[in-house]
Design a binder for this molecule. Structure first.
Ligand code: 6PG
Length: 247
């Protein structure tokens, strides 16, 4: 069931449950990947962290494993916790366990945020430099950015109180989370809003209130950072289960 808000507004897909939402996002990912590779020779995707994307990853690693052009795919992260890549809280580790180690993507095309460096500022700069190299110095325009949303309306690691939320030039910033692990790295809104296609995958009744706020363009970004994600020349789709869908 698809609800089209006004033309510039997000498109809401209400799914029966997380399984159906994950399947729909997997199908959309395959479609975007195949189109991107056919038109530009490669597909750039930004993964989100947390737990919601686990099932999506499993589906992409099994049912759709052979449909994604992994040889021409580059994987990035929207945010990362400031922990080693083998730490239980690492977004890289979650994606590696549920997806990347199960698919034939060339290692050099997997671009984790460098949490092994000395400090978050150095790491944020290093990731931005890596993006600049891969996007020929231009503001990255990712083919697909996958995002989740916290019950406080945060997305990536853009929290209501984050300085990164109002950053207008840097592409990657350190950020402080209200819960452990507090130190994070995150892409900023200039990058998120330059994407060709943004998909939020959201599940659970604790997301219902922020979900309604995120859909309302009148919501300010401090109240609900996810409401500030409005790709200026791209598409924005929310895939939500019944529990998270606005009443
Ligand atoms: C992270 C994520 C974050 C996540 C939300 C929702 O590093 O935690 O990138 O933005 O998407 O916190 O997390 P859940 O999917 O676990 O509810």
């Amino acid at each position: 069931m698809v609800h089209h808000m006004s033309p510039a507004e997000p498109v809401l897909h209400i799914c029966a449950d997380l399984e159906e939402a994950s399947l729909e996002v997997a199908r959309k990912t395959v479609e975007l990947a195949q189109t991107a590779v056919a038109t530009s020779g490669q597909f750039s995707i930004v993964l989100s962290g947390g737990n919601t994307p686990r099932r999506l990853h499993e589906i992409l690693a099994t049912d759709y494993r052979d449909a994604v052009p992994w040889a021409d795919t580059h994987v990035f992260w929207g945010d990362e916790r400031w922990v080693p890549h083998d730490h239980p809280d690492s977004n890289f580790r979650m994606a590696d366990e549920t997806l990347l180690r199960h698919v034939p993507i060339p290692t050099g095309q997997v671009h984790p945020m460098p949490t092994q460096l000395d400090d978050p500022e150095v790491a944020a700069d290093a990731y931005q430099t890596q993006l600049a190299e891969l996007f020929e110095g231009k503001l990255p325009r990712f083919d697909l950015i996958l995002l989740g949303m916290g019950s406080d309306g945060h997305t990536a690691s853009l929290f209501p109180t984050s300085a990164a939320l109002v950053e207008a030039t840097a592409w990657v910033m350190p950020s402080e989370a209200p819960s452990e692990p507090r130190q994070r790295l995150t892409l900023t809104l200039p990058v998120l809003n330059n994407a060709a296609y943004v998909v939020f995958l959201i599940s659970g009744s604790d997301k219902r209130t922020p979900m309604a706020m995120a859909l309302d363009s009148a919501t300010d970004s401090v109240t609900c950072p996810a409401a500030a994600v409005r790709p200026h020349s791209g598409q924005l789709h929310f895939y939500v289960d019944q529990a998270a869908s606005p009443a």
